[in-house]
Write a protein that binds this ligand. Structure first.
Ligand code: ADE
Length: 237
């Protein structure tokens, strides 16, 4: 999958091994050629001598607003770099919440184009013309969309074919549809050696070698945890 990021901070995504995405599973996906992340600087599409991409808001108020033309030109130029049509996504706290089911559907796209805005906002006219899917990673405000874009890329990368080995399958993660009626549940607790640590023993059922009993225990714990911590996932929030 090709993911383009249109940003005023391309350095956050660049280099042989970019700090966040170059390691762990996204790094593995990129080295395996399953995922390609290409960052493009909106400033390269700014007119004028100073490479201006933002201006003061009409009507006054704090902060700056990203101008239409540089962003529009950057998106169109990036889309032309590859014949595969890209799913346009704008990272914004005003978007629909990123969930595992949205991540699963995005992982099926051949190409994604992420727009990471900064400043107080983006001129609404270019958003209306681009018609992106607007996505938020949660109800808090980041300084820009870049970290949100990285969160989305990481979540998608681990679902791409061949990225996770059999032993680390995504099917058992939190939010995978594993409940008896296809509910998306929180994960169960996990244990490893030693069997007793600081006087606390790991649950006996996990040591007995009865795979059926282990599976039943894990599902029970997932249901319990979900009911306690995230009843909304069970539809009774
Ligand atoms: N940009 C700033 N805050 C954001 C958020 N919570 N989600 C997505 N993009 C953002």
């Amino acid at each position: 999958m090709r993911i383009d990021v249109v940003t005023t901070f391309p350095e956050m995504f660049e280099g042989e091994s970019p700090a966040a995405l170059g390691v762990s599973i996204p790094g593995r996906a990129m080295r395996a050629g399953v995922l390609e992340v290409v960052a493009t600087n909106i400033r390269d599409f700014a007119g004028g001598r100073h490479g201006k991409t933002d201006d003061r808001p009409f009507g006054g108020g704090p902060g700056m607003v990203m101008m239409c033309q540089p962003l529009w030109d950057a998106v169109r130029a990036v889309e032309a770099l590859d014949t595969t049509p890209a799913k346009r996504i704008l990272m914004t706290p005003q978007g629909q919440r990123l969930t595992q089911s949205l991540v699963e559907s995005l992982a099926k796209e051949p190409r994604i184009l992420l727009i990471a805005g900064h400043y107080e906002g983006i001129d609404e006219r270019v958003i209306e013309k681009l018609e992106p899917l607007e996505v938020s990673i949660g109800d808090y405000v980041l300084s820009g969309g870049e970290l949100a874009a990285m969160v989305l890329i990481d979540a998608v990368a681990r679902l791409l074919p061949g990225v996770l080995g059999h032993d680390e399958s995504a099917a058992s993660d939190s939010f995978s549809p594993v409940g008896p009626s296809g509910e998306r549940l929180l994960d169960c607790p996990h244990y490893t050696r030693p069997r007793v640590w600081e006087g606390v023993a790991a649950p006996e059922v996990l040591l007995g070698g009865d795979h059926g009993a282990v599976a039943r225990w894990r599902l029970k714990k997932m249901m319990e945890r979900t009911r306690e911590r995230r009843p909304d996932l069970l539809g009774d929030g």
